[in-house]
Design a protein around this ligand. Structure first.
Ligand SMILES: Nc1nc2c(ncn2[C@@H]2O[C@H](COP(=O)(O)OP(=O)(O)OP(=O)(O)O)[C@@H](O)[C@H]2O)c(=O)[nH]1
Ligand SMILES: [Mg+2]
Length: 431
């Protein structure tokens, strides 16, 4: 592959707003996160500004006076990129750029930029491009202005309305084509996924940088890329873990979540997020050493809620909090967290502490999920018999006239499907 040289690093100024419903320290934490995002996108951050406001300025987001001040700072310090910690409307973005006379990005654009750098698989690339184009569509005029600012001079000035209309149509057509292609790829993934149905599926979710990939590497001995950069994982990776009872147990590492994740990104990553929907158990990894533990847990729960709401079948999937990076805490801090999250499982994915206990709990859960059933199937229904055999371990068969009575250990979640196929009796003593 040809390595494309990176542009010289951009020098960025970050801008956040403190509204009455948040505190200054929350906003500072938000800007630190934006700084990590900007770094992950390849920019150098030279400073940040938080303006206290009672409400957002509809036309320029921050106040006009503040914007003038920003213009001064930008000139003095040779800054060439300003990043807002929120979504700017197309009109706000355009006005601010005009006043500052440089490129302005918002939080969504930074996240999309990181995603497009990280996307490796075809599926991830298409998903990111759909999200980018959807975001860009109402902002095409501004994009043209970006170009003319960068190139300057003749031939690079923005297009007229007619040209813009043509561009918009092209973008919409491209989105349409990409969606079709994604659909095709997703069908293939679904086929492959079928093979996993009889396994026990554990999906690892959590805030970006929480240590999801490190956890998978620890328990499955795999080598998923783990790094300090945000969103190092975009594609799900699934690994089989042996020795957890008789069934195959599959662990899947997924894309990280973040505060204010662009909604159309979540929407376009639906097929990737299927791993979340189809899980038997979710491990929600939490970074105890990062600020705002509870808030981040809330963000992840919010995104999980979105994923399920948009779905047809809503299932309550057991979700465990895996409190990670305990090695970075003092004993008394850890004690506080243990008291606050009594149901949590405290681990250090990097160093291994607590992992054996976590695996024991998973094993116990896996076994409890199994019930013994007896199912009556007509002997002539070879397909159904095969289905029961695939669903679990068959421990007994008895022919009664034209019916076959199978005794089998199956997962509880197979029951609804099996009940459609024949008379099912659950042996309570067996479970
Ligand atoms: N000290 C410490 N660091 C950890 C631990 N687990 C993960 N890390 C570090 O945290 C950083 C992020 O870890 P990853 O496993 O890449 O996190 P992730 O959740 O997969 O992140 P994304 O894929 O970017 O969403 C890396 O620098 C890890 O080395 C831990 O238990 N202790
Ligand atoms: Mg990862």
């Amino acid at each position: 592959m040809i390595e494309i040289p990176e542009n010289p690093r951009e020098k960025a100024l970050l801008i956040g707003v403190k509204l009455p419903d948040s505190t200054m320290s929350e906003e500072e934490a938000n800007l630190r996160e934006l700084e990590a995002l900007a770094r992950s996108a390849g920019a150098d951050v030279s400073g940040s500004i938080i303006q206290q406001m009672t409400r957002i300025n509809g036309s320029t987001y921050i106040g006009k006076g503040k914007l003038e001040e920003v213009r001064g700072t930008v000139r003095r310090e040779g800054i060439n990129l300003v990043i807002f910690d929120d979504v700017l409307s197309p009109a706000q973005g355009a006005r601010i750029e005009k006043i500052l006379d440089l490129n302005v990005l918002d939080r969504t654009e930074i996240i999309l930029d990181i995603f497009s750098r990280r996307a490796r698989s075809k599926q991830a690339r298409i998903q990111v491009e759909i999200a980018q184009l959807t975001y860009a569509l109402p902002r095409l005029k501004r994009l043209w202005d970006h170009l003319s600012r960068q190139a300057g001079g003749i031939g690079t000035r923005g297009p007229g309305e007619k040209q813009l209309e043509v561009d918009r149509r092209r973008v919409r057509e491209r989105i349409g084509r990409l969606k079709k292609e994604l659909e095709r790829i997703t069908r293939g993934t679904r086929e492959r996924r079928k093979g996993r149905r009889d396994a026990f599926n554990v999906t690892i979710v959590g805030y970006t940088n929480a240590g999801k990939s490190t956890l998978l590497n620890r328990i499955a001995g795999s080598e998923v890329r783990q790094s300090r950069m945000l969103f190092s994982t975009l594609d799900s990776t699934t690994r089989k873990v042996e020795g957890l009872g008789s069934r195959d147990c599959l662990f899947t590492d997924t894309i990280g979540f973040i505060r204010k994740l662009p909604p159309n990104l979540v929407a376009s990553f639906k097929s990737t997020l299927m791993d979340v929907k189809e899980a038997d158990l979710l491990l929600h990894v939490v970074d105890l050493s990062a600020p705002g533990v509870q808030e981040r847990i809330g963000v992840v729960n919010g995104v999980l809620g979105d994923i399920f709401d948009s779905g047809e079948q809503k299932r309550d999937i057991p979700t465990w909090l895996i409190m990670n990076k305990t090695d970075r805490l003092e004993d008394d801090q850890l004690e506080l967290f243990r008291r606050r999250y009594p149901g949590g499982i405290f681990v250090s994915a990097a160093e291994g502490a607590g992992i054996a206990l976590m695996m024991e709990r998973i094993e116990g859960f896996l076994k409890g999920d199994r019930v013994e059933i007896e199912i009556e199937v007509p002997l002539s229904e070879g397909k159904t018999i095969a289905m029961v055999e695939a669903a679990g371990e068959v421990t007994g068969r008895e022919v009664k006239g034209k019916t076959l009575v199978l005794t089998a250990m199956v997962s509880r979640r197979r029951l609804p499907a099996l009940e459609k196929k024949g008379k099912v009796r659950v042996n309570l003593s067996g479970g």
